[in-house]
Every structure is written in C-alpha cells, then in structure tokens.
Design a protein around this ligand. Sequence first.
Ligand SMILES: Nc1ncnc2c1ncn2[C@@H]1O[C@H](COP(=O)(O)OP(=O)(O)OP(=O)(O)O)[C@@H](O)[C@H]1O
Length: 432
Amino acid sequence: MEHLATILDSVADGVFTVDQQMRITWFNRAAEEITGFSREEALGQSCCEIFRSNICFTHCPVREALASGEDVVNRQVDILDRDNREIPISVSASVLRDAEGNPVGGVETFRDLSQIEALKREVEGRYTFQDMVSRDPRMRQLFDILPDVAVSDATVLLQGESGTGKELFARALHDLSPRREGPLVVVNCGALPEPLLEAEIFGAKRGAYTGSVEDRSGRLEQAEGGTLFLDEIGDLPLALQVKLLRVLENREYQPLGARRPRRADVRFVAATHRDLEEMVADGSFRRDLFFRINVVNLKIPPLRERPEDIPLLLDVALDRFNRAYGKRIGGFSPEALEFLLNHDYSGNVRELFNLVERAVILCRDTTIGAESLPSRRERPQDSTEPALVGRRPTVEQLQQLLRRHRGNKTAVARELGINRTTLWRWLKEDSP
Ligand SMILES: Nc1ncnc2c1ncn2[C@@H]1O[C@H](COP(=O)(O)OP(=O)(O)OP(=O)(O)O)[C@@H](O)[C@H]1O
C-alpha cells in the first residue's frame, strides 16, 4: 500500500478515489497541486465540494462510470481551485472494484490544461487579428504595429495588390482608433468618372449633376468625427488630387451651402494597388499629395509571397461559407487540397475565398472534391487560352465575357475573381 502511495504521488496527473457516497478516499500530490486543497482537507469530503466543476451535478464522470460500468475518457471540464480560479482540466473516470469485482467507488484522474490552453490562445492570438489571419512574419509585424498606428490619427497609405485585404486593414485601423464610435466612410476613387467622383467626395449643389434635386453632402462631410477611407487613391484624377491636397494641408473644407470653411475632423486612410512612387515619377500622381498621404506606409504582401497562409485561409473560408450556406463540410479531398495549395492566386485572398465559396455551393458531400473546383479546362496549365481567374483579360476577352453574361458585370467580376470596381476600372481603361 505504501509502495502504491509513493507511485501515485510521483505521477504528474491528479488521481483521487471516492466511495459510493462520492466521498474522497484518496488524493495524490498532483491533485493537491492542481486544486490547491491539501490531502487532509480533501479526505472524507464530498468530491463536488472540492472540485466545484461546471458538470458536478449534471455529468459527473464518476457517477456516469458507476452507472454504465464504462470508462469515461478525457472529458474537458472547468473546476474552481481553492482560490476560486477557474482551471481547465481533462478528466477520465473508472469504476473501482473490490477483489470479487463488486463496485466500491470510483477513481478519477485529471490533467491540468491551463498551460496548453494558454499556449493555444497565444498561438491563435498571433495568427488572428480582428478578422485577419496570417502566419507570415511580415503580416504579423503589421498586426503588431496596427494598434499604435490606429490611435495615432496619422494618415495611412495601404499598398498591396487587389484582394490582399486592404479594406480589412482600413476597417481595423478605424475600429482600433478613438474614432471607432464615429463613421467609417468609404470612397472608391476608381469607380466614378471625375465630375461624379468630385460630387461624391466633396458634395454637390442642387441640379449640378443629373437628377440631383437637392444639395448633397459629400463623403468627406459624412465622415466627420470618423475615418474616410479613400480606396484606389491612385485612380484619383489630377484635378481632384489638388482639391484633396488642400483639405489635407489646411485640415479645412467648405461644406455645401456653408459660408465659411469647416475644420475637417476626419482621419484619412488611403489604399492603392498601384506603385504610387512610379506614378509620382511619371507625373500622374502629385508628389506633394503623395507625401501628405504617405505618413505611415503599410505594405501588404501578395498571397504568392506567403504560401503558408493558404491552408490557414482555406480553413477560415470553409468555416465562413459553411456558416453562410448552412452546410457542414468537414474539409477538402487530397486532390482538391493539392489544387488549392498549388493554385496561382493572382487575385490573392479574394480569389481564394471565391474558389472556396463556389466549391461550398457546389459540394453535395461532406468533403470538397476536385469536381467542385474549376474544371481542368479552366485551369491555366491545361488551357490553350490563358486562364481568366484573377488575371487581367484582353479587351476582346472582356467583351466576350460581358456578352456571355449578357452584360451582367457582377457575374463577370465573379468569374474573374475580382471585385466590380476593378472590372469597372479595366473597362474604363480599355475603352477608347
Ligand atoms: N488575412 C486575411 N484573413 C482573412 N480574410 C482576408 C484576409 N485578407 C483578405 N481577406 C478577405 O479577402 C477578401 C478581399 O479583401 P479586401 O476587400 O480587404 O481586399 P482589397 O485589398 O481591399 O481588395 P481591392 O483592392 O480589390 O479592393 C475579403 O473577403 C476579406 O475578408
């Protein structure tokens, strides 16, 4: 007996036994360490007074083992220790029998999961930031500095290819800033022709543009007290660049109908997939405006430079679309996974999400198979035509696609794995 006690005291798992009235009859050293109760305090006590777990009165593992005669293995529960701290543990329970095989009580072993849970949280915390996930060191560096950048009120320039998550970053900057209660207003500088874009940002007088029957406030005014996100700033026409520069320099603008200029209480975040330095060099983007918006520059790496993010994003996407479409798809078949891991995501994270969304919709199984992914015909290596997903098609290809989708731009954009704004810009740039 003494020998057994020494052995039990030297194991790292908590071990205790109870009689049929659930009173503690044995309590080893690890049980003392995990719960904070000494052996003297525990012996003879009802076990629910020592463990105070969330399942004591509903799913007690020892009672279940006694009732069924079957072992209970690795059930995760939370207990309160002597200082009332919640401790996550994993419990296993078995029936304790006498020499004749009659049940005389139960034995429970338990393992402290606090450290594992803490590690798990740390790892998840590193990979997840707001709605963004990444394992890439450069992305993690961005996640690290984002809270400080957000509170600084400095103008931020986000640079990255289409679909890399610039808008997500802009939202995170707003949500982490003291302006989070204010509005986040988005303007897409590539989506409208110049006069309409001007009205969109700075407002318009009644009758100034087609159909406006009253004065319309601009996005700048609507962003008062909040953040104005200028997406695709590289597409801002030169005349509007001058106007925006004035706002950034003087922190003032003239709201419609107002006699005097108003102080702009707005934080500016701009984004572009273009190389603004190059545009400055060739004169299509004003140098002074570039310096005004480039106070903090965050460069988001394209997905092909961070392949370790692909499996992570596939999981996130599957989870997101399972929920959106009420499905319970568990994962990907080896062939599907091989395709998805080796795909050339020129449309970046957006393209990956589009592929998974399409697959989730098409999938009738519990696993996504290759048949739910673009067919071989559509894949670059097997195609005589260059694949269109995420790449910029030629003018003819664009026209063909538009015809095929009967002019439905949303459908064309979806097929290309781009957003409608990008499509709009391509069409604009391609038009004579
Ligand atoms: N790191 C990430 N983790 C999770 N989701 C992401 C991540 N990056 C991008 N996404 C998702 O990818 C999609 C595209 O992101 P977003 O619209 O922010 O890209 P963008 O760079 O602003 O694109 P564009 O320049 O074409 O407007 C969104 O659905 C977004 O939720």
